[in-house]
Design a protein around this ligand. Sequence first.
Ligand code: SAH
Length: 281
Amino acid sequence: MTRGTPPAPPASRPPRFPLALKQVSGGTRAPVGEVLRPQAPLQHAAATAAQQAAGRHQPSGLGLDSAAVRQRMVQRLHADGIRVDAVLQAFATVERHRFVDTALATQAYEDTSLPIGLSQTISKPSVVARMLALLFDGATARAQGHLGRVLEVGTGCGYQAALLALLGRSVVSIERLKALHDKARENLAEHRHGDLRLVYGDGRLGHPPRAPFDSIIAAAGGEDLPAAWLEQLAIGGRLVAPMQDAARGGQGLLVVDRRPEGLQRQWLDAVHFVPLKSGAA
Ligand code: SAH
C-alpha cells in the first residue's frame, strides 16, 4: 500500500454483540442421529476409578478415550463401505495402539500404515478391513457366519491376528522374522481370544498340521501364489492375498475360492504391501 492511500473499508461489518437470535441459530449442527452425551465426563470418571481399582496400566497419550477413538475409526470404515458387523465389532474391540511403539500410539487410529520395525509395517485399517470383509464373502464363511479355520501369513506385530482370533474358530499365524514373531507373542500375551497359534517359519509353506483352512489371508505380497496355500485351502474356503498382477503391472488383491468344481480366481483392488519372502530369518 502506498503511503497516504486511505485504508480500504472492511468488506462486511464485524458482528456486534449481543447477537440477534437469527445470527446465533442456523450454524453448524450435530448430524441427525448423533446422540450428545453430556454425562460422558462422569462416565469417564467412573471408568477411571474402576480401572485404577483394577490396577490396570493406562496407555500413554490415548488413555480412556481409546474406545471412543476406535469407535470413530469404525464409523469411517462403515462409511467406506465395510458392512460386515463382525468385522466392525472386531475393529472396535482390538486396541491397535497396543501393537505399535508408544511414540506412534496417537496415530494408531488414523487410516495409515505404521512402522513395526525391521522395515515392516502394520497395514492400514481400511485395507485390513477390506480384506477381512472379502474373506467373509467366501462360501463357508457366509454359511457359518465366521471365518472358520484361518491361516494368516505375516503375523508382523500381531494386530490382524488379534482381529482374526475374534472372527474365526481357530487361527494359525506365521511370521518369518523371529524378532517380529517374538514381539507379536509379547503383544498378544494378554490378548488371548480363542484358539490363536503363532508359528515362526516360512508362511509360503502354509501349515500342514492344521490344514485345510477355510480362510487364508496374506499380509505380504508375492510374485506368485504359493502352491501350498492352494493345497491347504478347504472346499468352500477363500484366500485373499496381495499378489503381483502381470496384467496390471503392480500388486493387486487376488481372491481365490475353492469350489467343489475347482478353483476360481478374481483380481480386485490395486494395493501395495511389503514383499512376501522365502525362508525364515
Ligand atoms: N498382519 C501384520 C502385517 C505385517 S507386515 C500386522 O498386523 O502387523 C507383513 C509381514 O509379513 C512382515 O512381518 C513380514 O516379515 C512377513 N512375511 C513376509 N514374507 C513372509 C513369509 N514368507 N512367511 C511369513 N511371514 C512373512
